[in-house]
Design a protein around this ligand. Structure first.
Ligand code: MTE
Length: 325
């Protein structure tokens, strides 16, 4: 199960993408219930003394809230902000869910994104310049981890297709490769040498230009908090959450299929496609049910996470590909 970049990982170090100890999950639910019962939770902006006020000092703060695109709504309750911003996977800051405090060490200005590979002319663009060029909107999306917890999140951002347009890829491009920052002086997790840093993800060009592929820059009507992948992350809601790479610094247009961070570590668990399917189980987690974060509900998983209408056609004819892993 060790990746092929010659990493020697201690045998006890299982790749725990999206692994949440049940008791952590349970305790959080109990805590939220308690807060709800006492009314203490009203207006709470983060647990554990974490100060997210910095988000309001983000130079992009004035851009939000943005208007909602009603084409992307969901008949489900939005996950409370205090839950989704304190229960995160961001292995750069720790291999557990409570990384929101550690993630505040990430400096998100200046922040540049390199666009390279098979494009008309490679370029580097600062996040604030990019934000000026892109049409921002809010979309309510499902967000589902392979570990079976799910959220409903009001992301703000822009369609990835718009960014592809700006990049002007050449006609032979087959894939888009995304790369996260690498700086172990702020992200302690990157000192764990057995992980193949930096975090990499990839999409086919058809997936990247599908209407659902969304570049996220904000959430809950505010700039994206660091623990959720500020200042720029991906959201591809028909795929498991690990595909939604955070804090992106490079986007490369290529003919080669990118090998993702998790695929490199455990290809039998985390493949390139990772489309959500109730009938194809992860070796450690059944996928027929999902549990919305902060509830005791169990909901039937839908093929492509309920987005078949928008994405099923992308996979017609790809009969030999393991589309659900
Ligand atoms: N991106 C980076 N750079 N590093 C990560 O560890 N974790 C992934 C994905 N993107 C991860 C990442 C996983 S496993 C999930 S489920 C989602 O981010 C979690 O997003 P959230 O914390 O906003 O819910």
């Amino acid at each position: 199960m060790v990746g092929n970049r010659n990493f020697s990982r201690p045998s006890w170090q299982l790749p725990e993408s999206c692994a949440t100890p049940e008791e952590v999950f349970f305790n959080r639910r109990q805590f939220v219930k308690l807060l709800g019962g006492t009314g203490i939770g009203a207006g709470l902006s983060g647990f554990g003394g974490i100060d997210f006020a910095e988000a309001s000092e983000d130079p992009s703060a004035g851009l939000y809230p943005v208007s909602r695109n009603e084409a992307y709504t969901i008949e489900r309750d939005i996950t409370p902000e205090e839950l989704s911003t304190t229960y995160n996977n961001f292995f750069e800051f720790g291999s557990h869910k409570q990384i929101s405090s550690a993630a505040q060490a990430l400096k998100i200005r200046p922040w540049e994104i390199a666009i390279d590979g098979m494009v008309d002319k490679p370029f580097v663009i600062g996040i604030d310049d990019l934000l000026k060029k892109m049409p921002l909107e809010e979309r309510l999306y499902r967000h589902r981890c392979v570990e079976r917890w799910s959220m409903t999140v009001p992301w703000s951002g822009f369609s990835l297709a718009k960014l592809v347009e700006l990049a002007k890829p050449s006609s032979g491009v087959k894939y888009v490769r995304f790369e996260t920052f690498q700086d172990s002086s702020v992200a302690g997790g990157q000192k764990q040498f057995w992980y193949p840093w930096p975090y990499i993800e990839g999409l086919t060009i058809e997936e990247a230009t599908n209407e659902l592929a969304f570049m996220v820059t904000g959430v809950y009507g505010k700039p994206l908090p660091k623990q959720m992948g500020a200042p720029l992350r991906l959201a591809v809601p028909w795929k498991y959450g690990f595909k939604s790479i955070k804090s992106i610094v490079k986007i490369t247009f290529t003919q080669e299929r990118p090998v993702s961070f998790w695929e490199e570590l455990a290809a039998n668990e985390y493949g390139f496609w990772a489309n959500i399917n109730p009938d194809v189980h992860h070796p450690r987690w059944r996928q027929d049910l999902e549990q919305p974060l902060g509830t005791n509900e169990r909901i039937d998983t839908q093929i492509f996470n309920g987005y078949a209408e928008q994405v099923a056609h992308l996979y017609e004819g790809l009969k030999t590909e393991p589309l659900y892993r």
